[in-house]
Design a protein around this ligand. Sequence first.
Ligand code: ZN
Length: 146
Amino acid sequence: MEKIRKSDEEWRRLLTHEQFRVARQGGTERAFSGRYDDFYEPGIYHCVCCGLPLFSSETKYHSGTGWPSFWEPVDPEHVVAVKDTSQGVVRTEVRCARCDAHLGHVFKDGPPPTGLRYCLNSASLKFERVNLRVSVSEAEEFSHQK
Ligand SMILES: [Zn+2]
């Protein structure tokens, strides 16, 4: 994937203070404070910095951690995992594959079918409402007509 690179100054102009702190500086929003923690509308979560589609509401679940949690990205190529030892423990950081925005961390205590828990910051995401069920049935209808 072609990378998007901008200076901190450019990102600062495009993002709010909280978005910049979390997505560009590897910060973490307070648990239960993010707008997408207790949020289950149907749609797609994009990178707040570059707009790349990252996660779908169809793989979002209630983890009780206080951060939006997913068990799978929309495309494995859209996220990258990076070893993170910053808090004195080894964790796996998750970043946007296109602009390297910090999204959160991935843990191995998630639900089936992947067993993964992508624990993300709402500040790194931008939700776009999409009627996923309608799109799927429309696609099926279309394929029947052929
Ligand atoms: Zn991005």
